[in-house]
Design a protein. Sequence first.
Length: 262
Amino acid sequence: MFIIGEKINGMFKSVREAVAGRDKRVIRELANAQLAAGANALDVNVGPGSAEPIKDMEWLITSIREVTQCPLAVDTTKPDVMELGLTLAGDNAFLNSVSGDKEKLDILIPLAKKYNSKIVALTMTKTGVPQNTDTRMEIAANIVAAAVEHGYDTAGLYIDPLILPVNVAQPHASAVIETIRQIGLLCDPPPKTVLGLSNVSQGTIFRGLIDRTYLVMAISAGLDAAILNPLDKELMDAMIATELLLGKTLYCDSFLDAYHKK
């Protein structure tokens, strides 16, 4: 399971204030803490409130690079901010997030190819997020077709079927699980699947419980990666135990410690 830490995002107050005040200490600590907790990569998002997203993205990535060379997921909808981010992020970066609209795909897939970046593509278009599996799969198929058209290796493509909060869109939870099951059948090599996990519990009372349960369900359906909070120890332990029970890792009594030490 590939874990992308979600915490360096301008939507969080501490990050927003750190960016505004150019406080590198907050960003460095968040980067180090997420990696120590088991993240394989870090999402980097200046947030929708940024008045100068290019400058803020440059500062964020530069601050992170002072403490780690781990893969970064450059998270923005603005092509100019994305290109700057990919330039600074370097090897093994992710271009996050690309909608299923053809005009967006035609701009951002060549950009990912130029910088040899992986892509996180969302099963949504300008009309919104689909309510059912069939429409999600139709958008996913269009994303794959666009990747092939642009000569992009689909092995580097991660499709996010977009989970919405369960308190406002409960039927989506099962539709997303079924989409995860089907995405691997789209092409060869198949695209991978990824979820922005914390969306499912947004606005609910039992956020940790909902996140843990849904992550277990999604992994069982074939989920390859997730953008989540690695500082939630119970969430990470649930992920580790699920992979153990699915036979993806070997059992030992200290399997939790063994995972973190590898």
